[in-house]
Write a protein that binds this ligand. Structure first.
Ligand SMILES: Nc1ncnc2c1ncn2[C@@H]1O[C@H](COP(=O)(O)OP(=O)(O)OP(=O)(O)O)[C@@H](O)[C@H]1O
Ligand SMILES: Cc1cn([C@H]2C[C@H](O)[C@@H](COP(=O)(O)O)O2)c(=O)[nH]c1=O
Length: 226
């Protein structure tokens, strides 16, 4: 990571100011992101603040086609730059078709993965300078940043075992443990560089304990008692 550039996304001057609330869940493989997105959105609905749950890659019809390409183990020759641009294209469409409309309407949006995943996987994992990865995602999204990122932190061997309990390993999951260690370290470094925007949770804890901490933080942002 020595030549990787800044560890937090620069504030997007002229970037997206939004009346809604944008929450991202991040972390490595099998850390429990989908589980926590589902629980948070169920709680928000019960509290009278229904949220749009979404994800990357694949949160739009075009994105689903991109997801199939990037996760397909048959694409052994995909270059790091091509991979980075495919994830950015998915994100551009996601921002255009889902994130900006929902947030501009004042909604709450909860996404399973966003820009930090590109910084961690394509930046640290593929060793593309983080400045470059950040720049293409900033352009792709018009500078849209989450108000809060929940980082579920877990040793990669634990998360990979959880993920592989469900399905065969995809192209990214099949990368080396060293790759996934770099990914984890970068997620943690991003959070440490900008603590006000992050909630870092030890994802070895139980599902309900984690969900309670998420509710406390998101509830405080929305003025909803947890
Ligand atoms: N806190 C937890 N403790 C133990 N197991 C968990 C926990 N949270 C989720 N799991 C289990 O781990 C597996 C992966 O969870 P989940 O799909 O929510 O993770 P994910 O981060 O979205 O995974 P992926 O990166 O593969 O999309 C599931 O079987 C889920 O039931
Ligand atoms: C958004 C994004 C994702 N990835 C990787 C991370 C995972 O290995 C897959 C997505 O699969 P999930 O199990 O549904 O989370 O894609 C990435 O490398 N770069 C990104 O920007």
């Amino acid at each position: 990571m020595s030549d990787a550039g800044p560890l937090s996304l620069p504030d997007a001057a002229g970037g997206a100011a939004t009346p809604g609330l944008f929450v991202a869940f991040e972390g490595g493989e099998g850390v429990g992101k989908s589980t926590q997105v589902r629980l948070l959105c169920a709680w928000l609905a019960d509290a009278g603040r229904p949220a749009r749950a979404t994800f990357e890659p694949g949160g739009t019809p075009a994105g689903a086609a991109i997801r199939a390409i990037v996760l397909d183990r048959a694409h052994t020759g995909l270059s790091p730059r091509a991979e980075a641009l495919l994830y950015a294209a998915d994100r551009a469409q996601h921002a255009h078709a889902v994130l900006h409309p929902a947030l501009d309407a004042g909604g709450v949006v909860v996404t399973d993965r966003y820009i930090d995943s590109s910084l961690a996987y394509q930046g640290a994992g593929r060793t593309i300078p983080l400045d470059d990865v950040a720049a293409i995602s900033r352009w792709a999204t018009g500078g849209l940043r989450p108000h809060l990122t929940v980082l579920l932190d877990l040793p990669p061997e634990v998360g990979l075992a959880r993920a592989r309990g469900r399905a065969a390993a995809d192209r990214l999951e099949s990368e080396s443990l060293d790759f996934h260690e770099r990914v984890r370290a970068t997620f943690r470094a991003l959070a440490a560089a900008d603590p006000a925007r992050y909630l870092v949770l030890d994802a070895t804890r139980g599902v309900e304990a984690l969900a309670a901490d998420v509710r406390t933080r998101v509830g405080a942002l929305l003025g909803v008692p947890a």
